[in-house]
Ligand binder design. Structure first.
Ligand code: HEM
Length: 386
């Protein structure tokens, strides 16, 4: 099905189940990893099985691996606490809630733009390093190590970058670099002034500059998402009486400034200045009040992002509630969820193939990165490893 790259590259992009495989080279790398994992499992199966049987077994194992990684590594790393799994429930619908796709899962605030790959210099020839530099990457050599800085503008619709930088160091580096905090700030370069090249448009390419945070707000309105407090009620949470109560700050009033007309403070760009690391001159609550006036009309996605994080979690109350309900439904209502699928036990007994593998194992099995050079749980950044 696939070439040595691991996924079919047509020249305008790789082909995978979802065209967003090309949206970002980091996604291309992960899609490629699991295409390789599929092929690796196929190669381990006995030759008397037909191609179709091998395909179906590998497909089932890779699906279970992805679920296992999601529920054992990803969700705990994000601080999402689910009710214990109690088996298949035919009365539960697994379809994604509008509120999940349009509000809760849009974790764009966490995306970080300045991506660095740190690896052995000996991996690349001088010509390859020159090519990376010519494409706009920064190259810093320290002894036997090289640091490749990849600016955000090179990541979208650029699947060739995975081959050029090499999939092993790329995947290894994802686990070494913490993402941004999930809060009310969305990365400017990566998501708020992003130049999108519409893929597959040779010879005439359309480009668009988009602000994903603004799209998130507008998309909520397009989809008829309830206002913030109504959505809180739907998820069993008490409504918030004020902007201050939402953000957990002490005031929703702007500091006095004799140079500004009262009521016009929101139009002052300096209102976003930091007075000390992490603390702005004006509160989020004051800015939200100036824009919305009253809590009743607050867009759900905006209120959700303004909530303080729960202890041990990346999410505030509303976002946590949306993820919890969706991910519980996704396992409860899935007859083939790994913990409910007897075929996985048969595959383990017959072929010795176990789906319970941390993502670090999958990376080590399908790239030239050694397992010891990856954290056990690659969803948690361990700068000392690697
Ligand atoms: C560089 C990274 C990313 C970029 C450039 C990006 C960009 C986008 C864009 C342009 C949209 C469409 C917005 C619209 O028209 O409504 C979108 C949708 C979405 N994004 Fe992202 N995104 C990124 C990362 C992420 C991450 C890390 C997550 C979640 C963990 C995420 C979750 C979503 C969801 C759930 C949607 C809506 C999908 C749907 O309704 O079908 N994105 N993203």
């Amino acid at each position: 099905m696939t070439g040595p790259f691991g996924a079919i590259n047509t020249g305008t992009g790789v082909v995978a189940g979802d065209m967003r495989a090309n949206e970002n080279a980091t996604i291309t790398a992960v899609q490629t990893l699991f295409a390789r994992e599929h092929n690796r499992i196929v190669d381990r199966l006995p030759s008397h099985l037909s191609d179709k049987e091998k395909f179906q077994i590998a497909r089932k194992v890779v699906s279970a691996e992805q679920q296992w990684i999601t529920y054992h590594e990803f969700l705990p790393a994000m601080g999402v606490r689910l009710a214990p799994y109690r088996g298949y429930r035919p009365d539960v619908r697994t379809s994604l809630a509008n509120e999940f796709a349009t509000v809760g899962y849009r974790s764009h605030s966490m995306v970080r733009g300045d991506f660095k790959v740190v690896t052995q210099l000996s991996r690349y020839t001088q010509q390859q390093l020159d090519t990376l530099r010519a494409r706009g990457m920064s190259i810093t050599i320290t002894g036997s190590q090289v640091e490749i800085g990849i600016p955000p503008r090179l990541l979208p619709f650029n699947p060739d970058l995975v081959d050029q930088v090499q999939i092993g160091p790329l995947l290894q580096s994802f686990g070494l670099q913490p993402e941004n905090r999930n809060d009310e700030v969305v990365d400017e370069d990566t998501l708020r002034s992003i130049v999108f090249l519409i893929p597959g448009c040779v010879p005439r390419c359309l480009t668009a500059v988009i602000d994903v945070a603004a799209l998130d707000v507008e998309r909520g309105r397009d989809h008829g998402i309830a206002a913030y407090n109504d959505l809180r009620r739907t998820y069993g949470l008490a409504p918030k009486p004020s902007f201050r109560a939402i953000s957990g700050e002490t005031t929703e009033t702007f500091p006095a400034d004799p140079e500004l007309t009262p009521g016009d403070e929101i139009n002052d760009p300096d209102s976003l200045d930091y007075v000390r690391p992490g603390v702005r001159r004006t509160t989020t609550a004051a800015r939200l009040k100036a824009i919305y006036g009253d809590v009743s009309g607050l867009d759900a996605v905006v209120g959700m992002m303004a909530e303080p994080r729960l202890p041990g979690s990346e999410f505030g109350e509303l976002q946590h509630a949306i993820w919890k309900r969706q991910f519980e439904a996704l396992h409860d209502g899935d007859r083939f969820f790994y913990a409910n699928d007897p075929a996985l036990r048969v595959i383990k007994a017959r072929y010795g193939i176990d789906y319970r593998r941390p993502l670090g194992d999958v990376i080590a099995a399908n790239t030239d990165i050694q397992r010891a050079d990856l954290a056990y749980d690659v969803f948690r950044a361990h700068p000392s490893v690697g």
